[in-house]
Structure formats: C-alpha cells, structure tokens
Design a protein around this ligand. Structure first.
Ligand code: SAH
Length: 268
C-alpha cells in the first residue's frame, strides 16, 4: 500500500473537522500476540507466527475465500489483501482477524465480517471501475472499512458517534498515514453536509429508515449502501439497501438480510 508523506497533506480551506494528520511518527509495532498468552491454541500460535512474520499469506487466503464466494471486484479484493485487519482488533482476537466473522471492538460495537464489508464495497463501486470520488462513511468503528475506502475513493469522510471509537480509529489508522481519510466525531444521522455531494455513502449501522439527509447529500449518479430494519423494528431484522440517485430520480433496491449494530442518534 502506498505510504504517503504526512507533509503532503492536502488541506481543504475552511474544513472544520479535525484531520488525522498530526502524528508523523509511527507507533511502536503491536505484538501480534500479547506476552503471556501461554495457553493459546495451536491455531493461535500458527497464526501468531504468520501474523508476526508475514500476515499477507493469511490475508491472501481470506481474499481467495471471498473470491470463491463470488466477490469479483478486483479493486476491493486488492484493498482487502493489503489492509491488515489484525491491526484493527484487540490483541486477544488477532487469531480470528482473518476469519469471516464480526468481532467486538469495544463499547458494544463490532467490526463487520470481511464478507459483508467486501460485498458492500463491491455494491458501492458497482458500475464505477475507477476510483470513486468523495465518500461518506457512517460508523467509523475501529477504522478498518475507512482504511479500505481510502484505497478505493479520492476522499473519505468517516463519522463516529462514540468518542472512544473515534479515538481508537485514529490510533489504528495512524500508521497508515492516509491523507485522504477525514475522521469526524459526531452524529452521522444528519450526514455531513459540508462534504456533500458524495459519490457514495456507506453505513455500518442500521436504522429504521435511511435518513433523508443522506439521500439529499448524494450526488446525482451517486450510490448509497446501508442496512435498514425490515418489518417490525422489534423483530430485529435488517436488509441491505442500495439507493441510486439518477438524473431521473431515486432508485431503490432491497438486497439480502444482514445484521448490523443499530444506528443511534446523538453522541456519547
Ligand atoms: N465500519 C466499522 C464498523 C463499525 S460498527 C469498522 O470497520 O469497524 C458501526 C459503528 O456505527 C459503531 O461504531 C457505532 O457507534 C456507529 N454509529 C451508530 N450510529 C451512528 C451515528 N448516528 N453516527 C455515527 N456513527 C454511528
């Protein structure tokens, strides 16, 4: 992955958000497995070895499985092969980082399954073989998907309503020095009008409906991918929704069932 010089940050005049550009020195390498995890299973040990020495083989195996499951977007697969998912999860979970499973990231939230992330990014890019323009992500979480988006879009605005996770994402992303990722602490329900219009909007949390503000902030030709509740909210069922803003109006498609954390109002 391209490592960019932090001195070459492009500052948008008047941009009000705190950009993640202040930390030129890389943090100390995180051990793949915490010292003292003597009871780790053989699988953990094997993975620790591969993650510690070269995690790319484990990642490539994840990517191969995604391709076998029908994920065909080469750019998304390439991004998933380059971004080190194990750096975004707690040390104790590192042995599961390349399995197709969601994992806790703290504060009751989860990093989505790689298969779901791959699918949503593929849908976001569908029909746009090149790099997407400006994209808004609702729900930064640990920052993994924001890192992937940075490889696929010209600019990423990523909003998180939980301060603890916003800070965690900043820490997790620091070593990558992604000058095109803007982490925003705030409620994403009203979107982020200052960055609009967006070529794409992607949500990692599901509400009862897609907020109108997101649709308003989508560019004509842009696409929104988000989970939404299906049926009675109490049933807890969600589906993936794809919304295209065409010159002739809004087109909406309901895709497969999914399971995401709830979209909530306000900050905490
Ligand atoms: N893409 C993330 C997934 C995080 S889970 C990753 O790669 O880790 C979804 C996140 O959405 C949670 O962190 C949750 O706090 C956040 N969220 C929920 N409602 C939100 C809102 N209204 N605005 C911003 N973030 C929200």
């Amino acid at each position: 992955m391209t490592q960019r010089n932090p001195g070459s940050v492009i500052r948008r005049p008047g941009f009000p958000a705190r950009l993640d550009t202040r930390n030129p020195s890389p943090p100390p390498a995180r051990p793949a497995i915490a010292p003292g995890q003597a009871t780790a299973s053989r699988q953990t040990m094997n993975l620790a070895r591969s993650v510690g020495l070269d995690s790319s083989a484990v990642r490539q195996s994840m990517v191969s499985k995604l391709a076998q499951q029908g994920m065909t977007d080469a750019a998304v697969l390439q991004a998933m092969g380059s971004i080190e998912r194990h750096r975004f999860v707690d040390t104790a979970l590192v042995n599961q980082a390349y399995e197709d499973t969601s994992l806790p990231i703290g504060l009751g939230q989860t990093i989505s399954k790689p298969g779901v992330v791959c699918r949503m990014l593929g849908l976001l890019r569908q029909g746009h073989p090149g790099r997407l323009g400006r994209v808004l992500e609702i729900g930064t979480g640990c920052g993994y998907q924001a890192a992937l988006l940075s490889q696929l879009c010209s600019e990423v605005y990523s909003m998180e309503r939980l301060r603890g996770l916003h800070d965690k994402a900043r820490d997790n992303l620091r070593h990558l020095r992604l000058v095109n990722v803007h982490l925003l602490f705030g409620d994403g329900m009203p979107g982020y009008a200052k960055g609009a219009p967006y070529a794409g909007i992607i949500a990692a949390a599901g509400g009862e409906a897609v907020p109108q503000a997101w649709i308003d902030q989508l560019a004509v030709g842009g696409r929104l991918v988000a989970p939404v509740s299906a049926g009675a909210p109490s049933a807890g069922k969600q589906v993936l929704m794809v919304i295209d803003k065409t010159p002739h109006g809004i087109q909406q498609k309901v895709m497969e069932g999914v399971f995401f954390v709830p979209l909530k109002s306000g900050i905490a």
